[in-house]
Design a protein around this ligand. Structure first.
Ligand SMILES: Cc1ncc(COP(=O)(O)O)c(C=O)c1O
Length: 462
């Protein structure tokens, strides 16, 4: 049934402003004809000597790094492998709290001693700002011996941090920098995008090709300039990544690289489409597609214009906007939350797709009657840590309604989705202020996710 459902969606007139970046161009037949794994003559992903070595060298050249590893298990496998490769058991690390769950899982698996860095919120917008170089330096000074810093840049919403300054600070304090650049694979292909992390001095970075480039879901690259690190990355990838890599996915990386090599014109057209859309959206009276307001915020270093952050300014919820776009205009967005919705664009979008979105926003805007001041939750305070995650998970748990859990120690990750940043990780004390934050996020339309318990029941240390 799933395949039939997918074919119906593919053949519908719904326009995708969501991942993957290839925007579903192409056939709906399953590619059995080229679906092999490592047979004679087709190289070995974990020990590449032939066509896959060539593919990785091509990728390294295009993305401006000395080494590139092709990934078929998403940035997720790159994050697990990189963090394991860049630390030793029990190392002290600094992790930006707005990291993807794969970063938390890597820290848990490697039994790391984690200090979190909570980025500020952009005032009034309810989205995380850049991680400031000053906050990284302050944390490194206050916590001597940190060997690795992990930052997400860009974020889901397109917020970019000053990686050049942050990497210089990390290196001055003897720490390495790993950047989760899953959403920034397109950065090297136009000067209109922010600079890529690897060219700004990150020791390693992971990029999801599938999110913003024409490549199939799960394709990604792990990049580094360091020969020594590349050897350890290779070893860890053999631990975490499948031993039966999909050649359909690898072929999709190959096609993506070919596209990028000759993609100048397509990227110029993409930038021009974005510029025109932002300009035209200035005429909206109630809704807004924010660009300059984000870029000019004092705690934002840079912004990826490819992420369309649409704010409803009180005239409706982001979810209502997303539903109207789906049902009345056949446009599917990436996500909605509270007062806003997110449209993901890529170099594969068409003029028709952009025109359809703009006309729809204008029409919906014309039917709006009210505009409110934006209200957005402030930065969530960091909970107090009682145990390291791996120690907390080894203890017995009991189930309790979250409303009665104040002062108890969480034994699971409690996250607000989207984007899924944990409010509590195992071993943290459930304080009153974070509980209020959780309620506010829930009221704003976030789904509260746990590790499998039936929320509002959560597992606490008994
Ligand atoms: C910031 C961030 N990092 C990492 C990932 C994981 O990437 P992938 O889906 O390629 O495994 C995601 C997924 O959405 C993400 O948003």
């Amino acid at each position: 049934m799933l395949y039939e459902k997918l074919k119906v969606y593919a053949n519908s007139d719904v326009y995708p402003f969501h991942m993957p970046g290839h925007k579903r161009i192409g056939a709906t037949a399953l590619p059995y004809g080229i679906d092999i794994t490592e047979i004679d003559g087709f190289d070995n992903l974990h020990e590449p000597q032939g066509c896959l070595k060539e593919l990785q060298e091509k990728a390294a050249e295009l993305f401006g790094s000395r080494y590139a590893f092709a990934l078929v298990n998403g940035s997720t496998v790159g994050i697990l492998s990189a963090i394991r490769a860049m630390t030793k058991d029990g190392d002290r690390v600094l992790i930006a709290r707005n990291s993807h769950m794969a970063v938390y899982h890597a820290a848990e698996l490697c039994r790391l001693d984690v200090t979190y860095l909570m980025p500020e919120m952009i005032e009034g917008l309810g989205i995380f700002s850049s991680v400031s170089p000053e906050s990284v330096e302050q944390a490194l000074r206050a916590n001597p011996g940190i060997s690795l810093v992990v930052i997400t840049s860009p974020t889901y919403e397109g917020i970019v941090s000053d990686i050049k300054s942050i990497s210089a600070i990390c290196h001055r304090y003897g720490a390495k920098l790993f950047v989760d650049e899953a959403h920034g694979a397109h950065f090297p292909f136009s000067d209109s995008f922010p600079q890529s992390a690897i060219t700004c001095g990150a020791d390693a970075a992971v990029i999801s090709l599938h999110k913003t480039l024409p490549a199939m879901t799960q394709t990604a690259l792990l990049l580094t300039d360091s020969k020594a690190l590349s050897k350890e990355l290779k070893r860890q990838l053999s631990v975490f990544e499948t031993s039966s890599p999909s050649y359909v996915l690898l072929a999709s990386i190959d096609r993506c690289l070919r596209f990028l090599k000759h993609g100048n014109r397509a990227f110029e057209e993409y930038i021009s489409r974005l510029t025109q859309l932002y300009q035209a959206a200035n005429s909206l009276r109630h809704l807004s597609v924010l660009h300059d307001r984000i870029l000019s915020a004092s705690n934002v270093f840079d912004f990826d214009a490819g992420k369309l952050n649409i704010f409803c300014n009180g005239c409706m919820s982001g979810k209502t906007l997303m539903d109207i776009l789906r049902t009345d205009y056949r446009i599917e967005l990436e996500m909605a939350l509270g007062d806003r919705a997110l449209a993901m664009t890529s170099v594969c979008d068409s003029d028709e797709g952009f025109d359809r979105l703009l006309s729809a926003l204008k029409e919906i805007d014309g039917n709006c009657t009210s505009t409110d001041q934006m209200t957005a939750p402030p930065t969530c305070p960091l909970p107090q840590k009682r145990y390291a995650v791996h120690d907390a998970l080894e203890q017995d748990g009991v189930m309790l309604d979250i409303c009665q859990a104040e002062g108890k120690v969480s034994r699971e990750y409690v996250r607000a989705y989207p984007p899924g940043v944990p409010l509590f990780v195992p071993g943290e004390v459930i304080g009153r202020n974070v509980l209020s934050q959780l309620k506010a996020l829930e009221a704003a339309g976030n789904e509260i996710l746990t590790d499998g318990s039936a929320y509002p029941l959560i597992s606490i240390i008994g």
